[in-house]
Design a protein. Sequence first.
Length: 345
Amino acid sequence: MKVAGYRIHEWGGPLRWESFDVAAPQPAEVLVRVEACGIGLTVLNCIRGDLANEAARLPRVPGHEIVGRVEAVGESVTAPAIGQRVMAYFYLVCGRCEACRSGGDSLCRNLAGWVGVHRDGGYAPVTVLPAANVVPLPDSIPAAQATAIPDAIATPLHVCRTRARVQPGDRVAVIGAGGGIGIHMVEMAALFGARVAGLEAGEGKLETIRRMGAVPILSRSFDEIDLSPAFDDERPTVVVDLVGSRASLAWALDALALGGRLVVLTTFRDVGLPVTPRDLVLREITLYGSRYASKAELRESAELVAAGRIHPVVSRVVPPTGIEQVHRALREGTLIGRGAVNWTL
C-alpha cells in the first residue's frame, strides 16, 4: 500500500513529507487506519533520538499516541478484529515474560523499543503494529481527545495509583503542570483526593491549571516559589517532576515534607539527581521512577474519560499540514496540554 506521510531520515533532523510503501501486516500484526495522533514533547524527544538513535532504524514515521481502526490483520490474529477501534500502547512489549503476564507491561523483560522509534507511528495515515500493542478504545470518545489517553492520561493514572499511591490528605505539587502530562496529572491527583499545586512558568497556562483542579503557582524561578496559596504553611507530601532539570529536581527534594515522595518521569542523559543518603534517611524521603503505564491502566483511563471523570486537554487539533506549527508551540512552551494531528480533516 502506498501512503503519504511524515518521516525522519536522521535523528534530530527535519520531518519530510513523502510517499512510501506500507507492507501488509505479517503474522501477529495489525494494520491500523490512523484517525488521529497526539503531539507532545515526548514526540520531539523521540525525533531527537533521546530514546534510541540507531541509524539503521531510519527512515522512521514518528508519533506514538495513535487512535484508529484496525483495517487488516495478519495470520494468527484473533483479536482485535477488523473494524475494532484501538489506541496504541507505546512500549513494544513481548507479552510473554513474567512482567507482561502479571500486568506490569511497562517493565517487560524483552522490550523491543517504542512505537514511533522502533516501529512506524502515527505521523502517517496508516501504520502496522504488533497486535499485542493495540488496546480497545470506546467509540464514544472523539479521536483528537482520545489521543491523550494512551500516554498523557494513562501515565498520571500509573503515577497516582501505582507509584506515589496518592490518597485524600496528600498535598501534591506538579512541576510542569501546563504540559501534556502535567495538566492531566493535576486532574488525576485531584480525582484521587489530593490538594494540588500546579507549578508552571507560563502565565498563559495558569487558568487551565486552575480549571483542572489545582492552585496555579507561577514558577519562573525555583528560588522564588511560594506554595502557601495551595498548602498554607505545609510542605507537599508528593512532588511530581515533569521538567527533569537540575533546578527542578533540587527544588523538589528540598520542598518535600518529612516522609514525602518524589516521582521522576523525565529523563535526560546529562542530568543527575542531587541527593545524599543522609537526607533520604533523616527525612525518610522516597524516590520513585515512574515508567509509563500498563495496558490495563490505558483501558481504565479510557473508561475515566468516557465517564466524564477525566477531561482530555488537547488545545491544538490540526490537519497534517499543521504538525510543524504544533512542534513550534511545544518548543516555545506555549502549547497548553497536548496537540493532535487529525488525519480525517
